[in-house]
Design a protein around this ligand. Structure first.
Ligand code: SF4
Ligand code: SF4
Ligand code: FES
Length: 216
């Protein structure tokens, strides 16, 4: 079944089971997002970037977690929405080692795109920096993980699960100490990683990198 919603004054007729984010993206209305994936049944809503205003709701909501409904009225570009998106991005940058010249994602990086879209620098002035010195993870045969570039979007975990039926990588730790772990992957599974690469391909930044790419 289809429903009609209004977004920024435009009428959109979309499938009723879509999230507001999907409905907008499918109709070329861009909403900043980092952790959304088309086929993820339960979006983690962890990046806190995809805010929109919905008439009748007191506060902006994350558009990846709200389903479209008949006659819904949505605004994607209000000052309140942009304020929240900028502070979400500033938070991500406050725990990010910005060193684009030495990063394989340079010029193909979602953080760079988001910063351009939201008109903030990658190293904003007066930014409180919470970056910790976390060691690069090298204990995988084919992958290198850079925790200080990871935005914890979970796309790699989901992509791995889609490729292998279960995920060979997982998050460990909590809050500021969360990072990815390859613990528990046996040699046979690591060998499978050599031809899979879905996690490194889906990573929106330069956090999960094929070792061959690092050596280039
Ligand atoms: S992940 Fe993106 S923003 Fe971070 S260093 Fe690499 S290119 Fe720069
Ligand atoms: S390694 Fe990349 S894809 Fe995985 S959680 Fe971090 S940023 Fe997301
Ligand atoms: S895309 Fe909605 S919170 Fe990340």
């Amino acid at each position: 079944m289809m429903v009609t919603i209004e977004v920024n004054g435009r009428q959109l007729t979309v499938k009723q089971n879509l999230s507001v984010l999907q409905a907008c993206l499918e109709n070329d209305i861009y909403i900043p997002n980092l952790c959304f994936m088309e086929d993820m049944p339960h979006p983690p809503a962890s990046c806190r970037l995809c805010f929109v205003e919905v008439a009748g709701m007191q506060r902006p909501v994350t558009s990846c977690t709200v389903k479209v409904a008949p006659a819904m009225v949505v605004k994607t570009d209000t000052p309140a929405v942009r304020r929240l998106q900028r502070s979400g991005l500033r938070f991500l940058l406050s725990v990010h080692h910005v060193d684009c010249q030495n990063c394989p994602a340079n010029k193909n990086c979602e953080l760079q795109r988001l910063a351009r879209f939201l008109k903030i620098g990658l190293k904003p002035k007066h930014l409180e920096n919470h970056l910790q010195d976390i060691a690069i993870v090298e204990n995988h045969a084919y992958l290198t993980y850079y925790p200080n570039r990871c935005v914890l979007c979970a796309k790699c975990i989901h992509a791995c699960r889609m490729s292998h039926g279960h995920s060979l990588i997982s998050f460990v730790g909590r809050g500021f100490n969360t990072s990815l772990s390859f613990a528990g992957i046996c040699d046979f599974e690591q060998t499978a990683c050599n031809t899979c690469r879905s996690c490194a391909d889906i990573c929106p930044v330069g956090a999960l990198v094929l070792k061959t790419a690092c050596e280039r």
